[in-house]
Design a protein around this ligand. Structure first.
Ligand code: ATP
Ligand code: MP5
Length: 266
């Protein structure tokens, strides 16, 4: 079985972060492992507190996994602060990591800064050059490039620029623009777009976490970058189509819809 590691924050309500990543890994039939960078007190209405995990324990978690287990892909999500970014960078570099998907999480859908504003430079400097793929949403791509993005052409330019910063591939996610949900990949030579109709729902908590984990799972299974994204895009579209409400705010996507349906549970 392929083994995939997420390095990210815990979301107590289970819609985003480590919890979304592990659900996505399971639904893809890969074995999921986690390095927790921060614990958030979070529900469908917002983020109400964050406890960062010490650098020492982050380093320990990464080391014990890589010393023991062959890791087929890694996904990085919420990294919170500069010290966390540096320790992830320094520790991962000691190992032959592969298929590294960096989701540069900055602000939650509810508006909470999951990345401290002064850590943006470190994320760009340390994590982007290590990445096989970087998956910013529109706001994150604007912060990384320092340029406004209002449509397709700007997304294309941002993808090229992020590739030039050292990432092998860059995928700009268009979930926050109007119209179809269109994501743009630059692979170093060509631009490819991945489109789906926009689904009208409030329940999109953790869509970015899910997409990046689905891509990491597909890369671990040996798919090419374009296949990995195409399959992940189909997965997130289905997960959003069957998203549901669990509280008073933004609900999660549905990871096991196909499994439950096939088992006659839905
Ligand atoms: N309403 C929607 N209908 C269909 N696809 C969507 C919708 N919203 C987002 N997507 C898709 O979901 C994926 C994640 O994109 P999005 O821009 O929401 O990422 P994100 O902001 O990083 O997510 P999050 O921070 O919630 O984890 C992309 O493939 C995007 O196109
Ligand atoms: C631990 C953690 N990681 C990532 C997100 C981003 O997800 P969203 O933008 O849907 O709030 C989150 N809310 N919490």
């Amino acid at each position: 079985m392929k083994k995939v590691l997420t390095i990210a924050g815990s979301d107590s309500c289970g819609g985003a972060g480590i919890q979304a990543d592990l659900k996505t890994f399971s639904a893809h039939g890969v074995y999921g492992m986690s390095v927790i960078t921060a614990v958030t007190a979070q529900n469908t209405q917002g983020v109400f507190g964050v406890q960062d995990i010490s650098e020492e324990i982050i380093m320990n978690q990464i080391e014990v996994i890589f010393d023991d287990i062959e890791v087929d892909a890694v996904k990085i999500g919420m990294v919170s602060k500069t010290e966390t970014i540096k320790v992830i960078h320094d520790t991962l570099r000691k190992y032959p990591y592969k298929n590294l998907v960096v989701d540069p999480v900055m602000v939650s859908k509810s508006g909470y800064h999951l990345l401290q504003p002064d850590a943006k430079k470190a994320l760009i400097h340390y994590l982007i050059p290590m990445a096989t793929l970087v998956t910013p949403n529109i706001l994150e791509a604007e912060v990384i490039t320092g340029k406004r993005i209002t449509g397709y052409k700007d997304m294309e330019k941002a993808a090229v620029e992020i590739h030039q910063m050292g990432a092998q591939y860059a995928l700009i996610k268009g979930g926050h623009l109007e119209g179809d949900a269109m994501d743009i990949l630059f692979d170093g030579k060509n631009v490819t777009s991945f489109n789906s109709p926009r689904i009208s729902t409030e329940n999109t908590h953790g869509t970015g976490c899910t997409l990046s984990s689905a891509i990491a799972s597909n890369l671990a299974k040996g798919h090419s970058i374009k296949e990995a994204i195409e399959l992940a895009k189909n997965y997130i579209t289905m997960a959003i189509e069957h998203s549901f409400s669990i509280g008073k705010g933004v609900g999660p996507t549905h990871h096991f819809y196909q499994l439950y349906k096939n088992a006659g549970l839905l």
